[in-house]
Design a protein around this ligand. Structure first.
Ligand SMILES: [Zn+2]
Length: 466
């Protein structure tokens, strides 16, 4: 009790002395405008000593400030871990109580299984969604599909599905949407969550009524950086560094490029028109991933690209199939549109596009969470991609697939929608003459969107509409 009283007294004393000294110092400062910061600090320290409080109690490794800072950080980490645990429990309850159909049932059901509606299915551990009209490819009929037990495939092995046009995709689970996106207005203190009643993504800081703009959480601070699944970059600076969604104005403001990327191009459209469109697309994708807890990634690099198109309507419909060779050489603008058009026949059910940077990173984190050779692959892709020196057809070798997704490492660079600086778009996974150890599947490359070179291809993503 006595000790407490003494401390309180000291604290009051310090306050007073500091206040007095502040007044004195400002007077000094007026008089001698050359007063240094060092002398100010020394004065304050002397005042603290005079007040009878040990400096080590306040400053230093075990001081009050450090302890307070650590406590705040520990709390944040604990809260995040708790959220992860709650998400996992949430999913377990869903699986146990909803009596969901299994993956085997979906395979056996064939075309009839998801004929009428989107179907939620489970492998007993994780949940995935099969869009209406899609089928799960029967692994006993397709020898490129690898599961440990073909009778009992696991979502973490990469479940292969087909759309009605026979394009193939693999489901990537995203249990916590906060690992993938953040609110642009609250990059560090906001928590994102899907609200079932409002059917929208909500930021804790913006409030339930707001419709915030979201951004992709990118797991690197720039191009060429090694991938670290625990560090994410939440710096969104318009026109600067890596970020998404955004335009790269140096080329996105040119009319000939806008005519390709804007479906409803009109006179007066500029880079801002495209930016608004990209933001709306990103928000939709993010909301879908928050709602369905995952998305689909193209099983192969996108083929059937356009080379001579000058308008949106001229651009060809991309394909995601094995054995294709038209996978590079078109500008980013044309590849972006080809990827968007893959799902042209089912726009009321699902949406396709070129993959976003945060989706590529979500796939990397999925591989990391699978452990073993899949986790190693993220940092060293040697022997797990085409580095032969020349381009190969899509899905050329089963060794080049991880979780049944082909050629993410090597072959052609895969273009993404992620922006870099004011003049480039980000590509991932390196190319046929690269190195799987120095530039593995997680690596970021950067290129002007106008480049039309054989080693620059792209990859698609697909999400279920809200
Ligand atoms: Zn917010």
């Amino acid at each position: 009790m006595k000790k407490q009283q003494k401390q309180q007294k000291n604290a009051i004393c310090i306050k007073r002395m500091c206040k007095n000294s502040q007044e004195k110092l400002s007077k000094y400062a007026e008089k001698y405008s050359g007063i240094t910061l060092i002398s100010l600090v020394i004065t304050i320290i002397i005042l603290i000593i005079l007040a009878g409080v040990s400096i080590s109690l306040v400053l230093g490794e075990n001081g009050l400030f450090t302890k307070a800072k650590n406590a705040a950080e520990n709390y944040k980490e604990a809260a995040q871990n708790e959220q992860k645990m709650l998400d996992a429990i949430d999913q377990t309850i869903e699986i146990e109580t909803e009596n969901l159909p299994t993956i085997e049932e979906a395979i056996t059901g064939g075309e009839n299984f998801a004929k009428e509606e989107n179907k939620k299915i489970t492998d007993g551990k994780t949940i995935m969604w099969l869009p209406k009209g899609f089928t799960i490819v029967n692994p006993t009929e397709e020898n490129t599909i690898k599961y440990d037990d073909k009778e009992n495939p696991k979502i973490d092995e990469g479940i292969v599905v087909q759309d009605p046009q026979k394009n193939e995709f693999v489901w990537v689970p995203v249990v916590n949407i906060n690992d993938m996106v953040y609110c642009q207005a609250h990059p560090t203190n906001g928590t994102v969550r899907y609200d079932e009643n409002k059917n929208k993504l909500i930021c804790s800081e913006c409030g339930a009524e707001a419709t915030p703009n979201f951004a992709g959480k990118l797991y690197a601070s720039g191009t060429g950086n090694a991938f670290d699944g625990t560090k994410s970059n939440t710096t969104y600076q318009e026109g600067n560094g890596i970020r998404e969604p955004d335009v790269v104005t140096s080329d996105d403001e040119k009319q000939e490029n806008l005519k390709i990327v804007l479906e409803n191009y009109a006179d007066g459209n500029d880079a801002n028109t495209f930016k608004t469109e990209l933001q709306a697309e990103f928000n939709k994708m993010a909301t879908s991933v928050g709602k369905y807890k995952g998305f689909y990634i193209g099983r192969y690099e996108t083929s059937n690209l356009s080379y001579v198109a000058t308008t949106y309507n001229d651009v060809s419909i991309g394909q995601v199939v094995q054995g294709a060779s038209t996978i590079g050489g078109a500008s980013w603008y044309k590849q972006y549109v080809s990827n968007k058009k893959i799902g042209n026949e089912y726009t009321n059910i699902a949406t396709t596009s070129m993959i976003w940077g945060c989706q590529w990173d979500a796939t990397m984190r999925w591989f990391l969470s699978c452990g073993g050779y899949k986790a190693d692959f993220v940092k060293n892709s040697s022997n797990k991609g085409n580095y032969s020196g020349s381009v190969a057809i899509t899905g050329s070798k089963t060794e080049y697939a991880v979780n049944n997704i082909y050629d993410m490492a090597g072959n052609v660079w895969d273009w993404t929608i992620e922006a870099n600086r004011a003049d480039s778009r980000i590509l991932r996974g390196n190319r046929y003459d690269g190195s799987g150890s120095e530039g593995p599947v997680s690596i970021r490359g950067s290129e002007t969107p106008l480049a039309q070179v054989g080693y620059d291809g792209s990859r698609s993503e697909l999400y279920i509409n809200l």
